[in-house]
Design a protein around this ligand. Structure first.
Ligand code: TYM
Length: 332
């Protein structure tokens, strides 16, 4: 079976609808057909300062949400990144294969560092993509399900895989991004020209999956559309309505043309009311399942321990080969 790897940062509060539709939903689908490794990437998380107690709690919370969303520990290997030391070890080798200019061109780094200021920007934020490359290569990954915002990091991963193979001899498959055209970028409900994001969206613009279902419904109902009334999928002209149609279509399986027909002549109110219900019906059981996992930390930690053990066995073997190819003297 081909390998998939993906990661998600443990954020405060909960994942948002963009994380789910853009990435996690694909993780759940791909575990059926692929040998899947999924990680809560806590090492990535400290590139911007985090409160230690909160980070620990948010790491469990992230794992609980992944399980609640349908990641199945019997099918996929679910683990916490810091539990597998090989990620940081591999990261160093990747850093030494990455050009300074190449890393400087990463748009996420440019955006985030502009916000943090020069002294507020950690070196870790700069080397963050190298750690991501390490995550992916350690598992000989073939495909990486992510949202559109990770495309450039995947491009870097492909380049590094090729560079390693050329310099030290064939080892890594060159991984393909698995980014869906429809859901690779879910937009902010209040400003549908920018992506939904924890750091940039206003509270009203972002659907937090663990919000009160009523609050979620309210946000959908007050989503910004346009002054027209026609319900039509046209991302350029009608970004707000198109974003709502994407969410609706993905959560229900109804085709976009089918939805356009259903709401012909009905106006935005009807669409929003129905979509609010669709989303509420999804988040309500999601929230309950997440609470159940959180209520049983022993089971949760057990799943993560088993995942880490499995991940470690694969990662350790890859790292040993990498060290050998790079020319490190084996310890006796
Ligand atoms: P993170 O934690 O920021 O986001 C997790 C996943 O959610 C996707 N995403 C979106 N998709 C669609 N629409 C949106 N508005 C939206 N916002 C976020 C992201 O693209 C991502 O797939 N660096 C990564 C984590 C990572 C990783 C990896 C991913 C670390 N190592 C190795 C893949 C492979 C990140 O910070 O994602």
């Amino acid at each position: 079976r081909p390998r998939v790897f993906s990661g998600i940062q443990p954020t405060a509060g909960s994942f948002h609808l963009g994380n789910y539709l853009g990435a996690v939903r694909q993780w759940v689908a791909l575990q059926e057909t692929h040998d899947a490794f999924y990680s809560v990437v806590d090492l990535h998380s400290i590139t911007i300062a985090k409160d230690p107690a909160e980070l620990r709690a948010n790491t469990r919370l992230a794992a609980a949400q992944l399980l609640a969303a349908g990641v199945d520990p019997d099918r996929a290997t679910l683990f916490v990144q810091s539990h597998v030391a090989e990620h940081t070890q591999m990261s160093w080798v990747v850093e030494c294969l990455t050009g300074f200019g190449e890393a400087s061109r990463m748009t996420q780094f440019k955006d985030k560092s502009a916000k943090q200021g020069n002294d507020g920007t950690s070196v870790g934020l700069f080397t963050y993509p190298a750690l991501m490359v390490a995550d992916i290569l350690l598992y000989h990954t073939n495909e990486v399900p992510v949202g559109e915002d990770q495309r450039q990091h995947l491009e870097l991963t492909r380049n590094i895989a090729e560079r390693f193979n050329a310099r030290y001899g064939e080892l890594f498959p060159v991984p393909e991004p698995h980014i869906l055209k429809e859901t690779g970028k879910i937009y902010d409900l209040q400003d549908p020209t920018v992506k939904m994001s924890k750091s940039a969206s206003t509270p009203k613009g972002i659907v937090e999956l663990l919000d009160e279902p009523k609050a979620v419904a309210k946000k959908i109902k007050s989503a910004v559309t346009d002054t027209d009334t026609v319900i039509r999928y046209a991302p350029e002209e009608k970004p707000g309505v198109s974003n709502l149609l994407t969410v609706y279509s993905t959560l229900t399986g109804a085709g976009i043309p089918e939805l356009e027909e259903k709401y012909a002549g009905k106006g935005y109110g009807a669409l929003k009311t129905d979509l609010a219900e669709v989303v509420t019906e999804w988040v309500t059981p999601f929230r309950e399942r997440t609470q159940e996992y959180l209520g049983d930390p022993e089971t949760l930690d057990g799943i993560l321990a088993k995942g880490a053990e499995k991940a470690r066995s694969v990662a350790a073997e890859t790292l040993a080969t990498v060290y050998d190819k790079v020319g490190f003297l084996p310890a006796k």
